[in-house]
Structure formats: structure tokens, C-alpha cells
Design a protein around this ligand. Structure first.
Ligand code: AMP
Ligand code: MG
Length: 314
């Protein structure tokens, strides 16, 4: 973990430095038109795990991926007509689209929390656009604040919460919108997953059809239409120190298995491999997956939260 957090200016030198930190797997906070995001290369599982560690997030909720333009988004997700309509109307801007993830897109499963959908957006802030263009790849970014604290709208807010925990912050002044992006689900019929910077009425006008409301909005769309969270098909048994007949085993540290979250007991590596390994063992067709104990500290809390919910799902 970095000791001192660099404050970078939003000039050519600062932008090149930020892109280099992302390429090296580091964390950089940056301004968007909504709030400051805490960004990492979305293809690098360890870098994404470090976001959760820096924020102290006790849960692996899915993250929004930021890209430079719609062409980059189309390489990552399936692109129905409705996506083209709203992207043409509102990108770059405070609108996030949740769409089916393309196979082979290369996004770490920690970004989607193992789901088969991906949240993407093209931010409008000129500094965010310059950073994404310089980096040239997808950047996963939640808000740049410690878990449970309010979203930062100035570089100073980011430093107040995360100084010493992230490599750098790019200072782009105050964020103009200050509320988070609107999240529109387009896996099936359009559904508002979170209200935000783009009003739902504007989305309905562009699409020429109603948008179902979800979470605080009133009407609820059909159950099952909404992405809840990834659950393996196999039963999950926790705190296992050895496998029982018919079980696949997910190891951790010295407790061996078919696959191991981290042979050295490194929780960042374990977070980065968690969804990969659960998917792999599930695809192997085992009726149950036995999981070795994971310590309840640091990222271990989020790993155990995810595992407990997988175990309770059956
Ligand atoms: P934050 O990272 O704090 O800006 O929050 C991101 C929001 O996007 C959360 O409300 C997530 O649940 C939502 N989100 C991200 N990816 C997905 C997805 N694939 N499906 C549904 N919601 C998503
Ligand atoms: Mg947040």
C-alpha cells in the first residue's frame, strides 16, 4: 500500500502519471461530473481488490466501469437498440447502463461481483475524458470515499478520507453535478436501478417508452428481471478444513483444495480470485463446494460476506 498519496495536476504531466499508475495496477482518484471516483484497471483483479481494501468496503457490490467513448463500451457489453438510443442522447454524461457482459471482455469478475451484466458509462468531465483516453482501457471506479462516508466532490474530500491509502488523486476542482449517475438496466425492459444525474423522464422521452422504477421509485419491475447477485449452482459449505465425498474444495492458505484463493494467505489475492474460482468449481459440476476458513479481517470480511450469502442461498 502506498504511503504518501500524490496530488496530480489536471495537466498533460499529471494525466500521463495517472495513466501510468493505472497501468502498474495502482489506485488513482479522479474527478467526474458527478463525484470523485476511485479508479483502477478493471481487467486487473488485484487492482480492483485494492479498491475495496482502500475503501474498507465490507461487501463486494458491483462497480461501474468508466470508458472513453461508446465504441469502448460496445466492446465490453452487448448493445441493444435501446442502448444506442440513450448513449447517443446522454453520453458523455451522468448515465450508467447495465448490459449483458460480452464473453471474453476481459473484465475482472470482482468488478461485476460475478454477475453476467456490466455497468458502464462515459463520463463528461474533461479531466475524466482525458484520463480515460490516455489510459485507453476500462477503469472500474466507485466513489472515492471510505465506506459509509459521503461521496467526495473535491480533491480535498478525497484526501481527507483516503490519504495514504491510494497512490494519487488528480485535482480537477469541484464536481459540477455532485449527485451520482443515473443507473439504467437494459438487460431486458428498461428499469431504473438508481436515480441520479439524468432524470428518468428524459430517459423515457428518448426511449419512447416507460422505464420501470426500482429502489425508492415506486413501481417494482418483475422479480428476476433485476440483477441481484451471483450465486453458484452448487451448495456452499463454509469453514471446511477437509472435503467430504462429492464435494469440490476451495482452499485458502495452508488448507488445500482443487483451487486455492491464495496459497500464501494473501487476502488481496483471495479477493481477486474469489469469483473466478467459484465459477470454475461450479462449472465443474460438483454438487457442493467446501470452502476453507478465511480470516474475518480486512478484505476477509467482504470475502466472508459473499461466501455466507452464497451458502445461505440454497
Ligand atoms: P458506486 O460504486 O458506489 O457508484 O455504486 C455502483 C452502483 O452500481 C451500485 O448501486 C451497484 O449496485 C450498481 N451496479 C453496478 N454494476 C451493476 C450490475 N451489473 N447490475 C446492477 N447494478 C449494478
Ligand atoms: Mg459510493
Amino acid at each position: 500500500m502506498p504511503n504518501a498519496t500524490e496530488t496530480l495536476q489536471a495537466d498533460d504531466g499529471g494525466i500521463a502519471r495517472a495513466a501510468a499508475i493505472w497501468r502498474a495496477g495502482g489506485l488513482v482518484a479522479f474527478p467526474t461530473e458527478t463525484v470523485y471516483g476511485l479508479g483502477a484497471d478493471a481487467r486487473d483483479g488485484r487492482a480492483v481488490a485494492a479498491i475495496f481494501e482502500a475503501k474498507g468496503r465490507p461487501r463486494f457490490n458491483p462497480l461501474i466501469v468508466h470508458v472513453a467513448d461508446a465504441a469502448q463500451a460496445r466492446a465490453l457489453v452487448e448493445w441493444p437498440d435501446a442502448a444506442e438510443i440513450v448513449a447517443s442522447a446522454f453520453w458523455p454524461g451522468p448515465l450508467t447502463l447495465v448490459l449483458p457482459l460480452r464473453a471474453g471482455a476481459g473484465i475482472s469478475p470482482l468488478v461485476t461481483a460475478g454477475l453476467d451484466t456490466l455497468a458502464v458509462r462515459v463520463p463528461a468531465h474533461p479531466v475524466a475524458r482525458a484520463l480515460l483516453a490516455a489510459f485507453g482501457g476500462p477503469v472500474a471506479a466507485p466513489s472515492a470515499n471510505p465506506s459509509g462516508r459521503i461521496s467526495p466532490t473535491q480533491a480535498g474530500h478525497v484526501l481527507a478520507g483516503l490519504s495514504g491509502r491510494i497512490a494519487a488523486v488528480v485535482d480537477g476542482g469541484a464536481c459540477p453535478v455532485g449527485v451520482e449517475s443515473t443507473i439504467l438496466g437494459l438487460k431486458g425492459a428498461p428499469v431504473l436501478l438508481r436515480p441520479g444525474g439524468v432524470p428518468v423522464e428524459a430517459l423515457e422521452a428518448a426511449l419512447g417508452r416507460p422505464v420501470a422504477l426500482h429502489e425508492g421509485g415506486g413501481a417494482v419491475s418483475a422479480p428476476g428481471q433485476l440483477a441481484s447477485h451471483y450465486a453458484p449452482g452448487a451448495r456452499v459449505r463454509l469453514e471446511a478444513t477437509e472435503r467430504r465425498p462429492g464435494e469440490a474444495m476451495l482452499g485458502f492458505g495452508a488448507v488445500a483444495g482443487d483451487l486455492n484463493l491464495s496459497e500464501t494467505g494473501d487476502l488481496v489475492e483471495a479477493a481477486a480470485t474469489l469469483f473466478h474460482h467459484l465459477h470454475a468449481l461450479d462449472e465443474g459440476g460438483a454438487e457442493a463446494i467446501a470452502v476453507a476458513p478465511v480470516p474475518e479481517r480486512g478484505l476477509g470480511r467482504a470475502i466472508n460476506d459473499r461466501l455466507r450469502r452464497a451458502a445461505a442461498d440454497r
